[in-house]
Design a protein around this ligand. Structure first.
Ligand SMILES: Cc1cc2nc3c(=O)[nH]c(=O)nc-3n(C[C@H](O)[C@H](O)[C@H](O)COP(=O)(O)OP(=O)(O)OC[C@H]3O[C@@H](n4cnc5c(N)ncnc54)[C@H](O)[C@@H]3O)c2cc1C
Ligand SMILES: NC(=O)c1ccc[n+]([C@@H]2O[C@H](COP(=O)([O-])OP(=O)(O)OC[C@H]3O[C@@H](n4cnc5c(N)ncnc54)[C@H](OP(=O)(O)O)[C@@H]3O)[C@@H](O)[C@H]2O)c1
Length: 255
């Protein structure tokens, strides 16, 4: 058994491109909600094949949850998508990342802006009690191409609302804004467009993005750069672990 091996305790397939799974938690792993770790499988050459994965469960959870893409010819996920309960997955107990509450200054509202699997770090943060202590309003936006790709997020919101730890605290504070871009759904459009044309503020009954807001961004490189520009136009400044400020971002994948 690899020294960093953990045991799979649950697997759930959401679509033919997306699945989530839970594993036992390494005893030595301490992390802040929103961080990522290196995760993988032992390759054919006997060496670990690792990729960055956001931890989708909060820091207080006794297991770890992950939400993953299935890339048909991806070196890791072409195999990882076949894991079953009882299998071993390698989790390196060295968490890192910028999508952490420590990197944000206090504010009124906190936007969590995700596309695709970029929702994973926010699944962790939304079950973190500190999220609701720090902000009056927490807004999760999740944009995917198709309706089926929203399912993990919709289920997450139900889990958060029924969570014994944060269920009550998030009442009246948590707003969920799912949108699709390629398949018909109640709210269609790219989140960039919907922020800029005022739809988000109108639909949610909040003021337009401004200095009282805090933003966490997790999507493709293009999404991150476009939202970053929107944040900067609204007077927000990128923060980091060493220099907290008013918005932070992280790539959901490389490419
Ligand atoms: C900081 C960070 C955190 C990440 N967290 C997650 C996570 O929580 N869940 C997750 O599924 N992936 C995550 N990734 C991506 C992950 O590291 C791998 O790229 C992914 O598991 C695919 O691995 P692979 O070896 O099968 O294919 P790769 O060779 O790694 O990727 C092949 C191609 O597939 C596309 N791709 C890869 N990952 C994704 C994705 N998540 N969404 C859409 N397209 C993708 C890209 O075009 C990429 O070039 C993260 C990446 C980074 C940098
Ligand atoms: N084989 C398949 O069935 C299949 C299906 C989907 C994706 N893919 C591949 O998988 C990879 C990732 O796909 P993905 O859908 O997970 O991620 P993605 O391409 O990043 O798209 C996720 C969501 O983000 C939106 N988006 C992308 N760039 C944006 C930007 N700059 N500003 C605002 N919104 C933006 C997309 O809108 P738009 O729709 O307007 O781009 C989409 O709704 C891609 O390489 C894609 O080719 C394959």
């Amino acid at each position: 058994m690899h020294p960093d091996a953990q045991i799979v305790t649950d697997v759930r397939h959401w679509t033919d491109r997306l699945f989530s799974f839970r594993v036992t938690r390494p005893k030595s792993l301490r992390f802040r909600s929103g961080e990522f770790v290196m995760l993988g499988l032992v390759g054919d050459n006997g060496r670990p094949l690792l990729r960055a994965y956001s931890i989708a469960s909060p820091a207080w959870d006794e297991e770890l949850e992950f939400y993953s893409i299935k890339v048909p010819d991806g070196p890791l996920t072409s195999r990882l998508q076949h894991i079953k309960v009882g299998d071993q997955v390698i989790v390196k107990p060295k968490p890192t990342g910028t999508l952490v509450l420590d990197a944000l200054l206090p504010g009124k509202r906190c936007y969590l802006i995700a596309t695709g699997t970029g929702i994973a770090p926010f699944a962790s943060l939304l079950r973190e009690p500190e999220m609701y202590e720090r902000f009056d309003t927490v807004i999760l936006t999740h944009t995917t191409r198709d309706v089926a790709e929203l399912a993990y997020g919709a289920d997450l919101i139900e889990r958060v609302k029924n969570d014994p730890l944060v269920g009550e605290e998030c009442e009246g504070k948590l707003l969920y804004y799912p949108t699709t871009t390629r398949e018909e759904s109640p709210k269609m459009g790219r989140i960039t467009t919907l922020l800029q044309n005022g739809d988000v503020a109108r639909d949610l009954g909040v003021p337009p993005l401004g200095p009282d807001d805090r933003v966490m961004i997790c999507g493709s490189m293009a999404l991150n750069l476009d939202i970053k520009a929107i944040c900067e136009e609204a007077g927000l400044v990128e923060g980091s672990n060493s220099m907290p400020n008013t918005f932070v971002l992280e790539k959901a994948f490389v490419g």
